[in-house]
Design a protein. Structure first.
Length: 119
């Protein structure tokens, strides 16, 4: 059974930093792409960042570009989201998503981790 488990969320003051981790288990090879999404109360889930395993190319939402960094440790089957200069509007539940292959018609999702940015 494939599982994605996020960790690292919490409460942080504006301007602070957090690093989220997502460990993938039960998958015998690297997924084609790993992504972080977030969903704030009353809003739709949105893509924050994505990394392609082959080559390591990344892309980011405009709202986080320059502040967040996505990275991947293939040996540990773990994807990270380093979040710096956090703002109150970054408050949301953050989800990890794994797409097995480019042509996959399904994705794996984690259970989410809460990030709250508040003074």
């Amino acid at each position: 059974e494939v599982q994605l488990v996020e960790s690292g969320g919490g409460l942080v003051q504006p301007g602070g930093s957090l690093r989220l981790s997502c460990v993938a288990s039960g998958f015998t090879r690297s997924m084609y792409a790993m992504s972080w999404y977030r969903q704030a109360p009353g809003k739709e889930r949105e893509l924050v960042a994505r990394i392609i395993s082959a080559g390591g190319s990344t892309n980011y939402a405009a709202s986080v570009k320059g502040r967040f960094t996505i990275s991947k440790d293939n040996a540990k089957n773990t994807v990270y989201l380093q979040m710096n200069s956090l703002k109150p509007e970054d408050t949301a539940v953050y989800y990890c998503k794994g797409r097995p292959d480019l042509w996959s018609n399904f994705d794996y999702w984690g259970q989410g981790t809460q990030v709250t940015v508040s003074s």
